[in-house]
Design a binder for this molecule. Structure first.
Ligand code: BDR
Ligand code: CA
Length: 344
């Protein structure tokens, strides 16, 4: 990164969760971001378990200086339904990674979010789980949220099908009331990183193999935490590998050119058979000012280039050659054989 480039201060609200952990890994290894804190919410696993998992990732990168706060253990109005069938009882694919002994998570995610936004300028928020913490924080101190630099939420879907019902995505389905509150009240635009784009981001077995070849330690860690997720995807959808939703939200904050989308008004269904569905008013029928930037397109190969570079230390020109081999026929957003291939 250019030394003069300003790092983006970021708060990450999450429910780790296998793909949340991959997202945290990407954020911690990206010089463009300065992670001010991690808050956890009930989602894939209870918030207390998610906080333990966040610490496990921080420890791996020697970043136990980053504070972790446990947040809400229940959705605003509905019964809590975890995603432990997808992520394992421990949220990390039942990988048996031991808890961090050096420190414990703190309590009070909602107040920490508000205080940080109040104290500092230029803070962006990435929400990778249900929006319960965010809704409560926003309700408590709406002024603080006016200062949010950018708000990115992994959740919802525009034209794609759901993953919890025919139309609903898990994060918004788990706490639809919180999601609706945030969409209706957040004073800044929500960048919605929904299933339309995240479904294209698949950690394939051959990519994992590449990671193991160049970085056996990372490869082993990733294999350990994704095995359960791989099996789930095979049984549910006959997908080889696993869809990794959350890292795309982090990558998008790092480099918004990885995705494109449209501004429109979005609301969330809080009752009935479409519970949790994000309804995006593409044609402006409600005549409401757009409250969201809904992502519709992404470039999975460019994403993988960034992800492998940061998480596994992959480097060009080899990285581009490997991606060219694994994604034949894909049009690359960057020069495939750039920087020195000929010189080899
Ligand atoms: C979202 O739900 C969770 O299972 C994942 O961590 C991701 O945030 C995808 O629907
Ligand atoms: Ca998540």
């Amino acid at each position: 990164m250019n030394a003069e480039m300003k790092r983006k201060n970021v708060l990450i609200d999450c429910d780790p969760g296998i793909d949340d952990c991959l997202a945290l890994m990407l954020a911690l290894q990206s010089p463009e971001l300065n992670v001010l804190g991690i808050t956890t919410v009930c989602g894939n696993v209870p918030a207390s378990q998610g906080a333990k998992n966040a610490l496990k990732v921080l420890k791996r990168y020697g970043r136990l200086d980053i504070p972790v706060y446990t947040g809400e253990e229940h959705p605003l109005k509905r019964e809590y339904i975890s995603a432990q069938d997808t992520h394992g009882e421990d949220g990390l694919g039942d990988s048996g990674i031991p808890d961090v002994a050096e420190t414990v998570p703190m309590q009070g995610a909602v107040d920490f979010l508000n205080q940080t936004l109040k104290d500092r300028e230029d803070v962006s928020v990435i929400a990778l789980g249900p929006l319960t913490n965010i809704a409560l924080a926003l309700e408590k101190k709406p002024e603080a949220w006016k200062r949010t630099q950018a708000f990115v939420s992994m959740g919802g879907s525009f034209k794609s099908f759901g993953n919890c019902s025919p139309v609903a995505e898990y994060n918004y389905w788990c706490d639809p009331d919180a999601a609706a509150y945030v969409y209706r009240n957040l004073p800044v635009k929500i960048h919605m990183v929904g299933l339309d784009v995240t479904r294209r981001i698949v950690l394939r077995p051959d990519l994992l193999e590449y990671i193991s070849q160049i970085s056996p330690q990372e490869g082993e860690f990733l294999r350990k935490i994704t095995r359960f997720y791989f099996d789930f995807h095979w049984v549910q959808e006959e997908v080889l590998g696993c869809v990794i939703n959350d890292p795309l939200a982090v990558a998008y904050l790092i480099d918004p050119s990885l995705c494109s989308g449209i501004d429109l008004y979005t609301d969330i269904v809080t009752e009935g058979i479409a519970l949790g569905q994000s309804v995006c008013d593409e044609k402006g029928i409600w005549k409401k000012k757009p409250n969201s930037h809904v992502l519709t397109q992404t470039d999975p190969v460019r994403f993988m280039h960034l992800f492998l570079e940061r998480t596994a230390g992959a480097r060009d020109p080899q990285l581009s050659r490997v991606l060219g081999q694994l994604y034949p026929g894909e049009r690359f957003g960057f020069s495939l054989f750039a920087e020195g291939r000929e010189a080899e």
